[in-house]
Design a protein around this ligand. Structure first.
Ligand SMILES: *[C@@H]1O[C@H](CO)[C@@H](O)[C@H](O)[C@H]1NC(C)=O
Length: 311
């Protein structure tokens, strides 16, 4: 294909598929992703963290203006959580980056003698509110640009732990912090990928090889994989993308699956055989990512550059 053709395809594709992408705001010197679906403060904090970003705080005027613009563009009328809350002691309201609320270009609200709530939200320019951390509000994740940031152009992310595999034309990341299956599912999603779906024998070999790099400190060898029993009846194992197991790799370990309604989550053993897992057991896992999905908006020339250097 011609370079321009590839580029055009990518632009068209990116325009339609990536509303979900981090968008660049030069005034903010970084990227925003507006999350319209509300979460509690802790939920929002973690989601941003898993996206390798930070729950945004309006700690300078440019950043605040950009946040409000992004909020408006997303059609959000309600306040949004900001990454500023009580840190350990009453009256110490600081952003995640350590900026005190008193140093931000906002008016600290008067509570008329009442104890303020522990978290904060941004209402409009210069106006923040004390807000209960257990409320559910939209929020913005922020990733600051810096000269240290290195783009992983093989995999469409800044995350250097994603590695491209040419046999499967997919990117993979081994997570070496044990999580339960649901958390693993969410973390992969936040990274712009999904919990690994093993399509065939070839991909099983690739994943088994990657899993050889996992720490050896757990008493079980099962790692999470992207399938589960959708109806807890031992009959409804499908991938997390709804595919029938018969249409993907499905070499089960002897007599598995066997634990009806209890072990509903999918996993892969070190020899590549499949087994099931219960909801609270923490294990290592591999996330898979489509290398063509760009998690961050880049200047157009950069995309072109990446496409032309990929092969
Ligand atoms: C991020 O900063 C670097 C270095 O200052 C710059 O070259 C790059 O263009 C910036 N990224 C975007 C998307 O503007």
């Amino acid at each position: 294909m011609l370079k321009t053709q590839i580029f055009l395809t990518l632009v068209l594709w990116a325009g339609s598929a990536m509303c979900n992408r981090y968008l660049y705001y030069s005034d903010a010197n970084g990227w925003f992703k507006v999350h319209k679906i509300p979460l509690t403060w802790q939920g929002a904090f973690l989601r941003c963290l898993y996206e390798d970003a930070i729950l945004a705080s309006p700690f300078d005027t440019e950043l605040q203006k950009a946040m409000l613009a992004a909020k408006q563009e997303a059609g959000i009328d309600s306040p949004i959580f900001i990454g500023t809350k009580v840190m350990f002691n009453s009256a110490d309201y600081l952003s995640i980056e350590g900026v005190p609320i008193e140093d931000m270009p906002v008016t600290v609200p008067n509570t008329n003698g009442r104890k303020p709530e522990d978290c904060m939200s941004l209402v409009r320019e210069g106006e923040v509110a004390f807000t209960s951390c257990t409320q559910w509000l939209p929020y913005i994740c922020y990733k600051e640009n810096s000269t240290q940031l290195k783009y992983n152009s093989d995999c469409g992310t800044f995350d250097q732990e994603y590695h491209y595999n040419s046999e499967t034309d997919s990117c993979y990341k081994l997570h070496k912090q044990a999580r339960d299956w649901r958390q693993a599912y969410g973390i992969c999603l936040a990274e712009g990928g999904h919990l690994v779906i093993i399509d065939d024998d070839k991909e099983a070999d690739v994943v088994v090889k990657i899993l050889q790099g996992k720490p050896r400190d757990l008493n079980w060898e099962l790692s999470h994989a992207g399938f589960f029993d959708w109806n807890k009846d031992l009959l409804t194992f499908r991938t997390i993308h709804g595919e029938k197991m018969e249409s993907v790799y499905h070499k089960w370990h002897l007599n598995q699956p066997d634990n009806k309604g209890i072990n509903i989550f999918g996993g892969i053993l070190e020899n590549g055989e499949l087994d099931e897992e219960w909801s609270t057991r923490e294990a290592y896992f591999v996330c898979e990512k489509n290398p063509k999905v760009e998690v961050f908006e880049l200047p157009e020339d950069q995309y072109e550059n990446e496409v032309s250097t990929k092969k």
